[in-house]
Design a protein. Sequence first.
Length: 278
Amino acid sequence: MSAISIGQAAVLGVVEGITEFLPVSSTGHLKITEGLMGIPVDDTSVVGFTAVIQVGAIAAVLVYFFKDIVRIVSAWGRGILNREERHHHDYKFAWWVIYATIPIVAVGLAAKPLVEGPLASLWVVAGSLIVGSGVMWAADQMGRHKRGEDDTSLKDAMLVGSSQILALLFPGFSRSGATMSTALILDLDRVAATRLSFFLGIPALTGAGLYELKDAVGAGVGAVPLLVGTVVSFIVAYASIAWLLKFVAKHSFNAFVIYRIAVGLLLFGLLASGALNA
């Protein structure tokens, strides 16, 4: 019998789709939802399932930014073949995404036992939600929002890409929250910070999903729940991306900060009272 039912997979797909790219922590919300549904959050197959359905959300990014991705990949290909094309920003940006993915991959492989073990605790999620909120608020206040996407550099990409490690080690911190906060500290505007977060998330999250696929299927999650969760996350994530880009163009991140603190405090209360198992 599958460790996750089709109905549970659909619910988790909705949660993943909504939260993957909002700076509120998809991992944290998935773990909270799993806990409320009685699903063991540290089970190998469950950890694998949550990584796999992220591929649905990543597919939504690929579709939404298809023209941008084709432009960047084409520039990269031309630059590989023709030295004169290597001055183009898109060619450089493609390499920066590759370079910026290396730190998260290295730490992800090295810290896998910790990520799937002690750090999977909901106590960690609750604390990370609140601490991450403070970082996000400070970054939004500190940032001068004066640099656009075309002003990004290798340094920006490496720092923003490496910040994904915080979300890997401390579920609840939020990959989107960490990357957007870092980009804001580097004075990128909110839209540029959000788009950079999207692009840097593509290789890291896709790789994690494919890597965990064997554990999710082989350890007790059926193919049908995996398919349902992935498809649902794709549909919901596409709508979430469109909404987020419009929102950050006119608003600060304060609404997300308040929401994260509220969820973190609620989670602490549920855990302390015994209503939820860590």
